[in-house]
Write a protein that binds this ligand. Structure first.
Ligand SMILES: NC(=O)C1=CN([C@@H]2O[C@H](COP(=O)(O)OP(=O)(O)OC[C@H]3O[C@@H](n4cnc5c(N)ncnc54)[C@H](O)[C@@H]3O)[C@@H](O)[C@H]2O)C=CC1
Ligand SMILES: O=C(CO)COP(=O)(O)O
Length: 381
């Protein structure tokens, strides 16, 4: 059992300190807990213990994952070989894990976020603040809804976002990377999140653009699938660079069409071009898309995910479907050939070679190029 489970707080010394719960314990969730736990030990404004909600599962040994995390201080399934810090306490009970915390860090695959929010409605502190590290969105009847908006609307709390060029395993090994915190109005809250995450090897900057930061993190996963197709077709680096360039243009245009407030500079932050590059080079979406092509489409993405990722989840295939729904609903399919083609290939309606035929030989539409250089607030159609 983790020593912190037995720890009894001295009310006088801890009552004003912020308590943090990490909601999620996958690959990035575990690394996020590790980063945060290294800081709460040093920063007097935070309670040392960091709770981490674990979606409970039984390991092949018959043991429960949360118990093993607490015994070994390691997430043996999603982040093997890395100690999380003794002040990380795994908790399989979601309501219990969030009950006392005023800083909630959401980091699960996006498809589970609605259910998680439903479970904790009315069960969290009224003064809680949230941050979402989740890369993805939902498409509802009245249009797309970012994960930060789901959190804010369902739970009635403010929600910042943290996105960036953050392959989790590299950060776990303390290799340098940057990240971007997107905030809405309250810079002080953003600075508190920056303080909680920032380390000498994890450099975090705040940007007043929640939607821009979140859409960068979400949409780059679709471009990463396209990059993986190019790798599977063995087209080389120049073709992949072309895909990344066109992908970035579509990311920016789509973001600006959805939210007129999105800022151009956000695409030059870690959450923008840097995350696009790292994911297209070394991410799970790229890897599975390459395998999809190498298997001649005979294995579905679900099969490849299960075989290659051992419980970790892809976000790009589902996001491509969600983006496609928005494009077809709004009559924008022809404006975004890369996004549309990725989905068509994923569902088997087009062959992987379409990524080159349909995209690389077709420059982005003049309207899209123009939109990319339109100042914020003038971009809504
Ligand atoms: N892994 C990475 O390098 C990075 C991931 N992200 C983003 O972070 C988010 C979380 O990803 P990871 O931590 O990597 O997770 P993961 O993909 O490594 O693991 C999947 C997680 O989902 C949980 N899960 C499975 N079924 C569930 C259910 N029904 N309800 C709730 N949880 C369930 C599993 O227990 C596990 O914790 C994603 O949006 C991802 O795009 C962002 C930056 C880097
Ligand atoms: O978001 C990521 C890096 O910033 C990780 O991307 P993948 O999910 O493709 O591994």
């Amino acid at each position: 059992m983790a020593p912190f489970l037995d720890h009894v707080d001295d009310e006088e010394t801890t009552s004003n300190k912020s308590r943090v719960t990490v909601i999620g314990s996958g690959n990035w969730g575990s690394v996020a807990a590790k980063l945060i736990a290294s800081n709460t030990l040093k920063l007097p404004s935070f309670h040392e213990e960091v709770k981490m909600w674990v979606f409970e599962e039984t390991l092949p040994s018959g043991e429960k994952l949360s118990a093993v995390v607490n015994e070994t201080n390691e997430n043996v399934k999603y982040l093997p070989g890395i100690k999380l810090g003794k002040n990380v306490v795994a908790d399989p009970d979601l309501e219990h894990a969030v009950r006392d915390s005023d800083m909630l860090v959401f980091v699960t695959p996006h498809q589970f976020m609605e259910g998680i929010c439903k479970t904790i409605v009315g069960k969290i502190r009224k003064d809680a603040q949230a941050i979402s590290l989740v890369k993805g969105m939902e498409v509802k009847k009245d249009g797309p809804c970012m994960v930060s908006a789901i959190i804010s609307e369902k739970l009635g709390i403010n929600c910042c976002v943290l996105m960036g060029a953050n392959i989790a395993n590299e950060i776990a090994e303390e290799k340098f990377s940057e990240a971007t915190v997107g905030y809405r109005e309250n810079k002080k809250t953003a600075e508190k999140w920056v303080q909680l995450f920032n380390t000498p090897f994890f450099s975090v900057s705040p940007v007043q653009d929640v939607e821009g930061v979140e859409l960068c993190g979400t949409l780059k996963n679709v471009v990463a699938i396209a990059a993986g197709f190019v790798d599977g077709l063995e087209m080389g680096n120049n073709t992949k660079a072309a895909i990344m360039r066109i992908g970035l243009i579509e990311m920016k245009a789509f973001s600006k069409l959805l939210f007129g407030s999105v800022k151009d500079n956000t695409f030059f932050e870690s959450c923008g071009v840097a995350d696009l590059i790292t994911t297209c080079l070394g991410g799970r979406n790229r890897k599975c898309a390459e395998a999809f092509v190498k298997n001649d489409g005979k294995k579905s993405f679900d099969e490849l995910e299960a075989e290659m990722l051992q419980g970790q989840k892809l976000q790009g295939v589902l996001t491509a479907k969600e983006v496609y729904e928005v494009l077809s609903d709004r009559g924008w399919l022809e404006l975004f050939p890369l996004f549309a083609t990725v989905h068509e290939i994923c569902v088997g309606r087009l062959p992987p070679t379409a990524i080159v035929k349909n995209i690389v030989h077709t420059s982005p539409a003049p309207f899209i190029m123009e939109l990319c250089s339109t100042p914020p607030n003038e971009a809504i159609m």
